[in-house]
Design a protein around this ligand. Structure first.
Ligand code: NAD
Ligand code: ZN
Length: 359
């Protein structure tokens, strides 16, 4: 998949091992340069050695930094650790950083690359499903600050995204399911055919059958890169990727991040689909198919412990609400969507009440 941005163009390579990595790094001019691989302490015992060895075949100057895993470490302290490592390893303006890990690692390495020496090149090797189909593509980088997610950051595009689908074999199944939420989202906003494909293969997908998995990752990378290419800085079209995220983010914060992001997005998508049905934009049958799809991937669809009014108020804390107006992505059918600016409160409350019905 090729991603086109205003400044440059870069490839996303999807393969079932690391065999093509060096070839593509050479194509991007990495050969002989100082390279620093950055990964977290869960991923390092699994893949660090192998990737370091590969890098050593194209350059003599390979260093690495291991950062603590998890969203709680996605902060400026870890960025400082990275800067210190980069200085210690004498990385300069011509050097290249490589992010090996999930979205947390990718977002932080991207931010470090955007800012170190006023910006150096970086490469993404995403190892979670979420990172492979979502966070590694599009150039949004950053960290959490003062309790707010991703409020400090920069747009900085990678030179290459290299996806080794085999790395998903070590990922906890709950993380795979959470990544599926974003894939289901891609199908709902862009392609009915893709939605049908997903709903007819849940067993194969969750068993990580490589052919089907590669197909999914390819389709989703295509959709995400098409959307971000058309709207790099999120002025319009890119907002469609927020489908399910308005209520999803509110729930995520109100539950103090005790559910995974993808799980909250699944709940948010059910609410947004219910709302679309209420506006007569999708049929009851479509709505049921959407809810059934979440269930087929063991994603949660309901909650029972939040007050709908509290959830409604929380929607307004989302940093994406501009000038206090709620922008809500609703479906116009399975496979297409539109933005609504002026939804009435009771329509939104009804949708929130629906997901609060417990199971
Ligand atoms: P993550 O990076 O925390 O990874 C999840 C867990 O899996 C971590 O514990 C990690 O150590 C572990 N892990 C990673 N790869 C593994 C593997 N192959 N085998 C075993 N364990 C592995 O979380 P994530 O879900 O990948 O990413 C979430 C982050 O992505 C959030 O911070 C979110 O804000 C960000 N995000 C960014 C964008 C963007 O456009 N930049 C988009 C969506 C999400
Ligand atoms: Zn998301």
């Amino acid at each position: 998949v090729q991603v086109q941005t205003t400044k440059n163009e870069y490839p996303i390579i999807i393969h079932h091992n690391f065999d093509l990595l060096c070839e593509h790094l050479v194509k991007q001019g990495v050969q002989g340069k100082k390279v620093c691989l950055i990964t977290d302490d869960n991923v390092s015992p699994l893949y660090l050695n192998h990737v370091v060895k590969l890098l050593q075949t194209i350059t003599n100057e390979v260093s690495y930094i291991v950062i603590p895993h998890g969203e709680k470490n996605k902060n400026l302290d870890t960025i400082q650790t990275i800067y210190e490592g980069l200085l210690a390893h004498k990385l300069d303006r011509e050097s290249v950083l490589i992010a090996l890990g999930g979205g947390v690692t990718g977002d932080m390495v991207g931010f470090a690359s955007a800012t170190y020496m006023r910006g150096i090149d970086f490469i993404q090797i995403p190892t979670t499903l979420l990172a492979q189909v979502d966070s590694s593509i599009g150039g949004k980088t950053g960290v959490d600050f003062d309790g707010y997610k991703n409020v400090v950051g920069a747009f900085h595009q990678p030179r290459l995204v290299y996806i080794n689908t085999q790395t998903l074999s070590t990922l906890p199944i709950r993380e795979v399911q959470a990544g599926m939420a974003e894939i289901i989202k891609h199908s709902l906003i862009e392609s009915a055919t893709y939605f049908k494909y997903i709903t007819s293969h849940p067993r194969e997908i969750l068993a990580l059958e490589s052919e089907i998995l590669e197909e999914l990752i390819y389709e989703s990378c295509l959709i995400k890169s098409k959307v971000v290419s058309a709207d790099e800085k999120e002025k319009g079209l890119r907002a469609t990727l927020n489908f399910g995220h308005t209520i999803g983010h509110a729930v995520e914060r109100l539950l103090n991040f005790s559910l995974l992001h993808g799980e909250c997005v699944a709940i948010g998508m059910v609410a947004a689909a219910y709302l679309s049905k209420g506006l007569n934009q999708i049929s009851a049958k479509d709505f049921m198919a959407i809810e059934a799809c979440m269930e087929a991937f063991n994603l949660p669809t309901r909650l029972d412990n939040l007050d709908p009014e509290v959830v409604y108020q929380e929607l307004y804390y989302d940093k994406k609400t501009k000038y206090n107006a709620l922008n809500f992505i609703v479906l116009t059918s399975i496979g297409s969507c539109e933005m609504k600016h002026d939804l009435e409160k009771n329509v939104i409350i009804d949708a929130i009440k629906y997901i609060m019905q417990g199971d």
